[in-house]
Design a protein around this ligand. Structure first.
Ligand SMILES: Cc1cc2nc3c(=O)[nH]c(=O)nc-3n(C[C@H](O)[C@H](O)[C@H](O)COP(=O)(O)O)c2cc1C
Length: 446
């Protein structure tokens, strides 16, 4: 039997044999009240002790207070969901078929481990970068999204102005509900890019390209993952129409979201603002946006026609990334359209290291951009570390827009900026160029 020697209590009786009992499970001796140190004795609280603890504030219901309470993009999404009718919310939030692509894309960013460096001077974090020959204050821009005024009536104006004040590029969609010229006027000091759905009808494409150049857009982003429309099943289930139709369901829904409906009904009706010259129903226009006859020859024509930066969006294999660069692209966007087209598509974040390796081998300096699934600044940092030159966000900014218009987009960008700065400081990296693949471990590979 082992005797436990209790320091300070030599008279203690020999303790029971506890050799096999782990310390955490050994019976604890109940403290006698005389064991409590005098400083911890109970007393009646005085008002002077309580006063500094009492910080009752008037509850705030303003838009700013609502947005400030969101500390993540997911929390902005919660607000967006409460304030937006189901059909436009689901149109934004949803993806194609079983939404496997979108879930996997978001999961890919979670399946990593960061590898921080210690004892680095990170007192100042510089998030600025250069993309396609010009500076951007943050390594992220706004991706093209169609029908943006349907999500919230400030739509493209909110996105382009928020991007202008954040010092980052804004991409207007061919399906935008504000025109090329109106966006340029709304954000005259912004860096505006134009996304093109290329048609085999070249006159039609040419007119838009010329307008984009005239309005000062320095980059044309041609989207190539839409040979046909993806099957967005939430839209089918919601009976989604553009513009939203007033059915019994939508009228009932309106009673919970009066602000959205008030804004919607008191602003200009939704149109494809850059395509207003084209006649036909909105459905006809949407169908005509997807051209299954396009080939690399059309890309060659575009390269000859557009003198600014040409970026191809919707690249999903290394071979295609190389091929579009061979055909004159200045950059690629690794993207599966936010999971809205092909379900079970390749995940851009998985594809990224392979494309980076291929471009390095080929000695090409074409820009590698990436989107799909980004919901935090840490996602962006991980993408930059694995070789992306730049990133784009779709839903992350649209959740902000639906949560609070322009102020909501500002808040989304502010959240991402803070996330990025904090993540980089904790990684021991003070500038975007200091991020390397060594900062990220892909968990699946180990
Ligand atoms: C509501 C919505 C509309 C979109 N419209 C377009 C579009 O008109 N043209 C385009 O090239 N991509 C469009 N996209 C795809 C985005 O440009 C981007 O690739 C995608 O949103 C990235 O994924 P994320 O939403 O997870 O950030 C749209 C995406 C959403 C969510």
């Amino acid at each position: 039997m082992t005797h436990i020697i209790q320091p300070g209590n030599p008279e203690a009786a020999p303790a029971p044999d506890t050799t096999d009992i782990p310390a955490a499970h050994a019976p604890a001796k109940a403290p006698a009240s005389s064991d409590v140190p005098p400083a911890l004795k109970r007393r009646v609280p005085k008002y002077s002790d309580l006063a500094p603890l009492m910080q009752f504030k008037k509850p705030e219901f303003s838009k700013d207070a609502r947005l400030k309470r969101a500390s993540t993009i997911w929390e902005l999404r919660d607000i967006a969901k409460r304030r937006t009718p189901q059909a436009p919310f689901d149109y934004t939030d949803g993806a194609a078929e079983e939404e496997i692509t979108l879930r996997r894309a978001r999961q890919a960013f979670l399946d990593i481990e960061f590898r921080p460096g210690i004892l680095r001077n990170v007192s100042a974090i510089d998030l600025s970068t250069t993309i396609l020959g010009k500076p951007s204050r943050l390594p992220v821009g706004i991706a093209p999204t169609g029908f943006t005024r349907m999500m919230q009536s400030e739509g493209e104006y909110a996105g382009s102005r928020a991007a202008e004040s954040a010092g980052i590029p804004y991409t207007l969609s061919t399906m935008g509900t504000a025109s090329i010229e109106d966006v340029a006027a709304a954000a005259p000091n912004g860096r505006n890019w134009f996304q093109l759905y290329l048609w085999t009808d070249r006159d039609r494409s040419l007119e838009l390209i010329e307008r984009a150049a005239k309005a000062g857009n320095d980059t044309l982003m041609v989207t190539v993952d839409t040979a046909v429309a993806g099957a967005r099943l939430r839209d089918v289930r919601n009976g989604m129409t553009i513009p939203p139709a007033l059915t019994l369901k939508t009228v009932l829904d309106a009673s919970y979201r009066p602000a959205w409906w008030f804004n919607f009904l008191t602003h200009e009706p939704l149109t494809f603002a850059s395509l207003s010259r084209y006649t036909g129903t909105v459905a006809d226009l949407i169908n005509s946006m997807f051209d299954p006859t396009l080939t690399f020859e059309d890309l060659d024509w575009l390269r000859d026609t557009w003198k600014g930066n040409l970026v191809v969006k919707g690249i999903q294999t290394v071979e295609d990334a190389r091929r579009v660069v061979d055909h004159g692209a200045d950059g690629v966007v690794l993207s599966n359209h936010g999971g809205r087209q092909l379900d079970r598509a390749p995940i851009p974040f998985h594809l990224l290291p392979e494309v980076k390796e291929a471009f390095t081998k080929d000695h090409t300096d074409a820009a590698i951009m990436l989107d799909t699934g980004i919901m935090s600044g840490a996602d962006i940092v991980a993408a930059l570390a694995l070789g992306a030159d730049f990133t784009l966000i779709g839903r992350a900014y649209l959740y902000g827009l639906m949560a609070g218009g322009r102020a909501g987009v500002d808040r989304a960008l502010e959240i991402l900026e803070k996330d990025m700065a904090r993540t980089m400081a904790l990684l021991g990296v003070s500038s975007v160029s200091g991020l390397t693949p060594d900062h990220v471990r892909l968990l699946g590979k180990h």
